[in-house]
Design a protein around this ligand. Structure first.
Ligand code: SF4
Ligand code: SF4
Ligand code: SF4
Length: 442
């Protein structure tokens, strides 16, 4: 080849053409903008244009400059005209038809590049799982680019009737967070199930029942009394309680039924996958989205997180002996917690042995014991029972026969709120499911 400037020119030319063809193929239709091409290449637009005006665009597509509304190659124009059935062979002819060509291209792109429809819905949720989506930061732009969000009550104004109008299976995937507590939530998740190819239980509440599921230790009446009459901040002199039907100015208003029992999502509809965590961390969310978009999904029913216990990935695992004897449990505020040592060794409750890994050991790194929000590993039927039996085996009861009943009780009592501790996230899916209260079904 000739001198260096010529070689540089040839290399640059090849780079531009290759990138153009790559983008045309990737975009699914025969047009890309100069601006975008220049940005992708890290070159200035003038250079890119200079090269394109002499480029021979092959059958991969045509080139169009959105800014100047000009077509840059004759060959490309003829190809485009042919594709669109437009009688035009010169740039001037094509520019006259610009609006139509733009529209045709957009339609073509919509057909070729139909994005998968995604719904995001919340049931009995604290809103943290919605925050988790926003916590994707700039990755959320990739998601928005790749999918078409058709329902997201916290952020977008789509209505139930919009979903009802869709064909069954039209939605590629519905991400549903929160547990099911209200009749309206039950109706919505059934509707989303009908319209969706895949349903993902997003977060601990949808996966296991979660924190709202702790209400299963009480009845609806107790919950209402506490919330509307008894809390220290409640001012309700008329003792007004929520009613399913109420007449205001001659109009009957309806509120959804409030169930006695909180349910996890799979106790209401079939669920395809589970994204664990309170709330699920951004990397797991992105992994799940990528797996769905690329079709690289595990078997139906899988929890989309590693199937190993948190202790196996915990940075403190080396300080945890094989056999532990806990003499008493302490609350974190009662001692100065060693930031390197296993919590259990320090007498602080940690759910790590009975919890699935994948959160990045978030709480541990913040010097807090795990609370079990990722749920159990595969095969464990009841996370709370598993943790209970594990703790019982670690409690220093080897001298049990020498201990009085009172001493044994005192030792056990050092673990405050055992039911709430062991079933913090999983009461609705446990074998117990809820506290037995006369007149209240499961
Ligand atoms: S899983 Fe946690 S963050 Fe998500 S809705 Fe339930 S309580 Fe909130
Ligand atoms: S019990 Fe908790 S602190 Fe100890 S190794 Fe397991 S996860 Fe880590
Ligand atoms: S450490 Fe435990 S409670 Fe904390 S985020 Fe991880 S799994 Fe959830």
């Amino acid at each position: 080849m000739g001198n260096k400037p010529e070689r540089d020119y040839a290399v640059r030319h090849k780079q531009i053409i290759n990138k153009l063809l790559e983008m045309v193929q990737h975009g699914g239709y025969g047009a890309v903008s100069v601006t975008r091409l220049a940005t992708e290449l890290g070159m200035d637009q003038r250079t890119v244009k200079a090269h394109l005006e002499i480029a021979e665009i092959d059958k991969a597509g045509v080139f169009i400059d959105h800014e100047k509304k000009e077509f840059c190659t004759k060959e490309g124009l003829i190809l485009l005209a042919d594709k669109l059935g437009i009688q035009a062979t010169t740039p001037a002819d094509m520019n006259t038809n610009y609006e139509r060509i733009e529209k045709e291209l957009r339609n073509k792109r919509e057909v070729n590049m139909a994005k998968p429809k995604v719904a995001i819905y919340w049931c009995a949720s604290c809103g943290g799982c919605e925050e988790a989506v926003v916590d994707l930061n700039e990755d959320i732009l990739k998601v928005v680019e790749a999918v078409d969000i058709v329902l997201w009550p916290v952020a977008l104004d789509f209505k139930r009737k919009d979903i009802e109008a869709m064909a069954d299976g039209d939605i590629a995937v519905s991400f549903i967070n929160g547990s099911v507590r209200l009749e309206e939530q039950e109706e919505m998740v059934k509707l989303l199930r009908q319209k969706s190819q895949l349903v993902v239980a997003f977060g601990s509440c949808a996966h296991l029942g979660g924190i709202p599921g702790l209400a299963n230790f009480w009845s609806r009446e107790t919950v209402f009394n506490r919330a509307y009459l008894e809390t220290e901040s409640t001012v309700n002199p008329g003792k007004t309680m929520p009613q399913e039907k109420v007449v205001v100015d001659g109009h009957e208003l309806e509120l959804p039924k409030f169930f006695d029992t909180v349910r996890a999502l799979n106790q209401v509809i079939p669920v395809d996958y589970y994204l664990p965590g309170c709330a699920p961390p951004p990397d797991l969310i992105m992994n799940a989205v990528n797996a769905i978009l690329t079709g690289k999904l595990p078997e139906k029913g899988a929890v989309l997180a590693p199937n190993i216990a948190l202790c196996d990935t915990c940075p403190r695992k080396d300080s945890k002996p094989d056999k532990l004897s806990i003499k008493e449990f302490k609350r974190p505020w009662e001692i100065k917690v060693d930031p390197e040592k296993c919590f259990l060794v320090q007498g602080i409750f940690c759910y790590g042995p009975a919890t699935r890994s994948g959160c990045g050991e978030t709480c541990i790194k913040a010097n807090q014991g795990c609370r079990g929000c990722f749920g159990p590993v595969d095969g464990v039927v009841d996370q709370g029972a598993k943790a209970l039996s594990m703790m019982a085996s670690m409690l220093g009861l080897e001298d049990e026969e020498k201990m009085s009943a009172e001493e044994t009780k005192k030792l056990i009592d050092t673990l405050v709120d055992p039911a709430g501790t062991f079933y913090r996230f999983s009461l609705p899916v446990s074998l117990l499911k809820r506290k037995r209260i006369p007149g209240i079904g499961g």
